[in-house]
Design a binder for this molecule. Structure first.
Ligand SMILES: Cc1ncc(COP(=O)(O)O)c(C=O)c1O
Length: 385
């Protein structure tokens, strides 16, 4: 009897998805577990999709995407980075996941290592393993605001290291890299001849009170940089599955080849919707960002008033909370069963997530208020580790 690939059977299941499945089975749960914007996709974007379907945009596109979509992405990106970007730098991908998986595959050979953040989004591990490479976590510390130092990166460096994966603004900590940290990462990559894969999917969700978002692109190392981004979080378009890779033209050609092998191309209708999102009124982005910021302030105030420690989120819609528990899986499980609030266990994000939980504040203000109030009471009733 044939058996499935051992590479695939050994992939871990996502801890966040497991918690989601449990939460969905219980009616009336406040959902602070999943990173899904509460808002509907803005109407003008949905209208553009209907119009595109009626106008016959229902066929395969080039594997790198429609040229008009690549140009719209390039125009939008050019406003946010120091150097001008063209369609030759862009592949339209199936969400940021498509860009990240292709980026990893485009740079590693079997047996190579990829440095990944700890705590970090768990999907990086599966992406790296699927490419036949090994994830090497670099620890991020609260006393450095959860951004890496060169010492942290050196701690994970191996002779087979081929790339470093970074995430700013960061899931789960909400940390945003200051420009000097981004420059340190790029210089580190140059010194050790590594690629830099930069996940900037939350780049538009920054609260401005501390730091603007700094992209890895346009800082003098673009030949070794691949940026992954998407419309998912920015425009509440998680289900449309449109993202992009931003890379040097030679690398863009390689990524387009991978895209051809795995998905042929992205949905033609969703690509036209993406053009409407990027070229249209950006008021929806500012409104959503304002709502996430208000939810963050409510959550921080509730936790601060009870003396519960948390990271200082400068971006994303996540709050990384120090609940001081022995086991964050059982904490999140009991919290769900007893208080009807779903949160993501910190250990799902790596060993540095021990004793913590991640709150997603992309839910309604009522759910956030209820959820943090319950968390404060639950923590007070729990023995601290
Ligand atoms: C850090 C990070 N990168 C990428 C993604 C996936 O983005 P997309 O839905 O565009 O594939 C997520 C989704 O939760 C995320 O948190």
């Amino acid at each position: 009897m044939p058996t499935p690939s051992s590479l695939v059977t050994s992939l871990p299941a996502s801890g966040i998805r497991q918690m989601m499945a449990k939460a969905m089975a219980i009616p009336g749960v406040a959902r602070l577990d999943v990173g899904e914007p509460q808002f509907d996709t803005p109407g003008h974007i949905v209208d553009a999709a209907f119009a595109a379907a009626r106008a016959g945009f229902t066929k395969y596109t080039a594997s790198a995407g429609l040229i008009s979509t690549r140009e719209a992405i390039a125009r939008s990106v050019s406003q946010d980075v120091p150097t001008s970007v063209s369609a030759d730098n862009i592949v339209v991908t199936v969400g940021a996941v498509g860009a990240l998986s292709s980026a990893v595959r485009a740079v590693v050979d079997a047996g190579d290592d990829v440095l990944i953040p700890n705590p970090g989004w768990p999907n990086y591990i599966a992406m790296v393993r699927c490419a036949g490479a090994e994830p090497r976590p670099y620890a991020l510390h609260s006393d450095n605001g959860f951004v890496p130092t060169s010492h942290d990166l050196e701690g994970a460096l191996t002779p087979r290291a081929k790339a470093i994966l970074i995430n700013t603004p960061a899931n789960p900590t909400g940390a945003v890299f200051p420009q000097k940290v981004m420059e340190m990462v790029l210089n580190f990559a140059q010194a050790h001849d590594l690629y830099v894969i930069s996940d900037e999917v939350y780049g538009k969700i920054v609260f401005g009170r501390e730091l603007p978002h700094t992209s890895a692109w346009g800082l003098g190392h673009d030949e070794r940089v691949i940026v992954a981004n998407s419309l998912s979080k920015t425009y509440s378009m998680t289900g449309w599955r449109i993202g992009w890779s931003l890379a040097a033209p030679d690398m863009t050609v390689q990524i387009a080849k991978l895209q051809e092998a795995y998905v042929s191309c992205c949905s033609s209708i969703a690509q036209k919707a993406a053009e409407a999102a990027l070229s249209g009124d950006q008021a929806c982005v500012h409104a959503a960002c304002g709502a996430y910021h208000r939810n963050l302030e409510i959550a921080e105030a509730a936790l601060d008033s009870q003396g519960i420690g948390h990271a200082r989120s400068a971006g994303t819609f996540f709050l990384w909370v120090d609940v001081g528990c022995h086991d964050s899986w059982s904490f999140a499980d009991r919290f769900l069963q007893e208080r009807k609030v779903a949160v993501a266990p910190g250990d799902a994000f790596g060993s540095q997530g021990h004793g913590r939980v991640r709150l997603s504040l992309a839910s309604s203000v009522e759910q956030v208020e209820y959820g943090v109030q319950q968390l404060a009471e639950f923590c007070a009733s729990e023995p601290r580790a």
